[in-house]
Design a binder for this molecule. Structure first.
Ligand code: AP5
Length: 213
């Protein structure tokens, strides 16, 4: 099953994608996580994109499209995948349609006020991308990852100025992607403002519907 999660920053796409991907035993492919891993490992790609991610701008389409096209060709992605954070521009959506089949696109609907609360309290385990929230989804021990015990960090782009800019970029560049999929009936919407369990249950129902087609 090939699923896309689209929505504003902080809508909970990554949190839910990790859970659904584990249930379906398919990879959760987050372009943001791939870029951040490259930044941590100081690869050529990481050096190229660090400034872009920190500021909340988008990485150029061509580079991002090539990265995803390559990732989807890996053996673990042949039985399905969840794409989280891609496509983010109409150009990326059109390109994806050239090299992959998309079964369903899930739009995470949420307002800006809730996004700001979520991103302000988000903490991440850099090595795995595991995500917590100091209030809504806290780790067992504050400040430390549940599985490794390693320290959690705050993402550079979760600072107030970068959050505001990411929301602007979302409205300008990514909102048209929602329209793109709505036009041909591939879009389904979830109320992402619910608690995590509620969003997860809605996603399970969507997955079941796609499986029964
Ligand atoms: P990316 O990493 O994709 O960031 P994003 O889209 O801004 O999304 P986030 O990771 O911020 O949010 P999310 O929706 O996954 O929320 P999460 O589950 O973490 O991209 C980062 C950057 O990389 C971009 O700015 C760009 O520079 C670049 N990039 C990436 N893809 C690109 C592309 N295709 N093209 C060009 N550039 C690209 O949840 C947020 C918080 O809320 C967490 O603390 C979580 O615990 C909490 N939470 C989650 N769900 C709930 C809930 N239901 N109730 C309460 N709290 C919740």
């Amino acid at each position: 099953m090939n699923l896309i999660f689209v929505g504003p920053p902080g809508a909970g796409k990554g949190t839910i994608a990790a859970k659904i991907a584990a249930e379906l035993s398919i990879p959760h492919i987050s372009t943001g996580d791939i870029f951040r891993q490259n930044i941590r490992e100081q690869t050529e790609l990481g050096k190229k994109v660090k400034q872009i991610l920190d500021s909340g701008e988008l990485v150029p389409d061509e580079l991002t499209i090539d990265l995803v096209s390559d990732r989807l060709s890996h053996s673990d992605a042949q039985a399905g995948w969840i794409l989280d954070g891609f496509p983010r521009t109409e150009t990326q959506a059109e390109a994806l349609d050239e090299f992959a089949r998309v079964d369903e696109v899930v739009f995470f609907r949420i307002d800006d006020e809730e996004v700001v609360k979520r991103l302000g309290g988000r903490r991440v385990h850099p090595a795995s991308g595991r995500t917590y929230h100091i209030e809504f989804d806290p780790p067992k021990e504050p400040g430390f990852d549940d599985e490794t015990g390693e320290p959690l960090i705050r993402r550079e782009d979760d600072e107030p100025d970068a959050i505001r800019h990411r929301l602007e970029v979302y409205r300008k560049e990514t909102a048209p992607v929602v329209d793109y999929y709505q036009r041909d009936g591939r879009l389904v919407e979830v109320d992402a403002a619910q608690p995590i369990e509620g969003v997860f249950e809605d996603l399970r129902a969507i997955v079941e519907e796609v499986q029964n087609r």
